[in-house]
Design a protein around this ligand. Sequence first.
Ligand code: T46
Length: 134
Amino acid sequence: MKLIELVPLKKISDLRGSMIAIENNKDIPFEIKRVYYIYDTPKGVSRGFHAHINLIQLAVAVKGQCTFILDNGKERASVVLERPDQGLIIRSHMWREMYDFSDDCVILVLASEHYDESDYIRDYSCFLDAISSS
Ligand code: T46
C-alpha cells in the first residue's frame, strides 16, 4: 500500500466558477459518517501526531495549503495539499502530522466513522506496538 494516496476529484467548471461533488463509495472508498474542517491555524503550529485504529479519512485543502506527513511505522513521506480537486486518503494505522498551514488554509476532512477518542493512538511508541502486533 502506497503511503501517499492522492485521489483526483472531478471539477465541474463553467462560467460561474467551479464545484466539486464527492459521493460515498463512488469517488472515495468509504461511507462518509462525519465531516469536519480545520482552519485559522496560527503560523508555526503543527497538528495531528496520532494514528487511528479503524478510521479512514479523505483530506482536501479546499483553500490554501498545508503539509501532511504520513508514517506507517516503517517509512515516512510528506505531501503538500494545495488543490481543492485532489484528496489525500489517510488509512487506519497511519501516523499523521500536519505542518506549514498557510494563513488561509481550510482542510476539509471526510471521515468513515463518528468521532471516537478511543480510536486514537496519540503516543508514537504505542503506535509502533500496535502495528507490530496487528
Ligand atoms: C485527524 C486529523 C487530520 C471532536 O470533538 N470531534 C471531531 O470530530 C474531531 C475531529 C475532533 N474533536 C475534538 C477532539 C479534540 O479535543 O477536537 C479537538 C481537536 O482534535 P485533534 O487534536 O485530534 O485535532 P488534529 O487536528 O490534531 O487531528 C484532526 C482529527 O482529530 C484527526 O482524526 O486525522 O485532524
